[in-house]
Design a protein around this ligand. Structure first.
Ligand code: SAM
Ligand code: SF4
Length: 329
């Protein structure tokens, strides 16, 4: 699949639920209204849409949410999608999770062919963790990470940089991740969805974090890529990798290879734009996948050039109204 700007679309992120067992302050408000269950694609339907994308050339699938592991019976979907790994039509099946259920599900994920996962962890302080996630428990997540590593999964830690909250903890996060052989990626907060607060209070440009790190660590740019938007450095002192995802300070749209499917079958061609294509209609219109595949082609044909996120005091409303938990990270 090639979009109007010549970019190959080979990566699909799929949000399998908008629900979550945490309420992270930058992602959700405490009192969220979730979609009625009847609006969701069934697991069989999610498998059908993902498989259509694989036939069309998608080589990497990331399952996300909301919290993907809270979706009932989600391992069934991993198992179903794992068949594309076995026949060689898919290179990677992966997952972004808050880690709260990894202590139970890591073994099953490995058995389905998952080999690498991203775990979101913004702080190593139990009190800050509670303050950021509102409902989460740090020990459960750290035990989950350990269980995942024991099961054979390669873990990458993702942390959203939050001004005055964890920007003084980056050194500790580096030591924590690299000390266990995991990569660490820092993410800038993006203006997505109403969150009961002002995002200018949370936003810290990663250019600033990087400049600060240079005072204590030796960072070397490296060409490493996992097919996502992160740019990596190697830290000489630890030998580990640190990634920066900088949607705000460095627009990475020119190399975008991704599209995103919501749990209701809406395809967003860009995380930061409202234009979307409904795939649920064509999916349900017939048992064969012809209409679905035409709808996918039509949607890729209007993938926009890029996002236009801004965070400043003048723009109080979010750039896109939907929450990150709808489109998936
Ligand atoms: N629940 C899972 C998790 O937390 O990893 C998967 C979904 S979550 C929406 C995916 C990623 O998006 C997480 O790493 C989270 O920190 C990040 N995220 C959520 N809201 C964000 C925002 N407004 N700006 C930047 N990253 C955000
Ligand atoms: Fe849930 Fe992930 Fe959003 Fe936190 S970032 S509220 S864990 S979906």
């Amino acid at each position: 699949m090639i979009d109007p700007f010549g970019r190959h679309v080979s990566y699909l992120r799929v949000s399998v639920t908008d629900r979550c067992d945490f309420r992270c302050v930058y992602c959700m408000s405490e009192h969220m209204t979730f979609l009625p269950k009847k609006d969701l694609l069934t697991l069989e339907e999610l498998d059908r849409v993902c498989s259509a994308f694989v036939r069309k050339g998608v080589r990497k699938l990331r399952i996300t949410g909301g919290e993907p592991l809270v979706r009932k019976n989600v391992i069934w979907l991993f198992k179903a999608l794992g068949r594309h790994l076995e026949d060689g039509t898919l290179d990677e099946l992966t997952l972004t999770t808050n880690g709260s259920l990894l202590h139970r599900l890591s073994g099953d994920l490995y058995a389905c062919g998952v080999r690498r996962i991203n775990v979101s962890l913004d702080t190593l302080s139990p009190t800050k963790f509670k303050a950021i996630t509102r409902w989460g428990d740090l020990d459960t997540v750290i035990n989950g990470i350990t269980a995942a590593e024991r099961a054979g999964l390669k873990v990458k830690i993702n942390a959203v940089a939050l001004k005055g909250v964890n920007d003084d903890e980056v050194d500790d996060l580096i030591r924590f991740a690299h000390g266990r052989g995991a990569d660490l990626t820092l993410i800038e907060t993006m203006p997505m969805g109403d969150i009961e607060g002002d995002r200018t209070d949370q936003y810290v440009p990663l250019s600033q974090v990087r400049a600060d790190l240079l005072e204590r660590w030796t960072l070397k740019d490296i060409p490493y890529s996992t097919g996502g938007p992160a740019r990596y450095v190697e830290i000489a002192e630890t030998g580990g990798r640190l990634g920066f995802i900088t949607p705000m300070t460095h627009n990475f749209c020119e190399s975008c290879n991704r599209v995103r499917l919501t749990c209701t079958g809406t395809l967003f061609m860009c995380l930061g734009q409202d234009d979307a294509a409904d795939l649920r209609g064509p999916l349900r219109a017939s048992a064969d996948d012809q209409q679905l595949e035409s709808a996918i082609d039509e949607a890729i044909g209007r993938k926009p050039k890029g996002h236009d996120f801004i965070i400043d005091r003048g723009s109080q409303s979010p750039a896109v109204a939907r929450h990150m938990s709808v489109t998936g990270g």
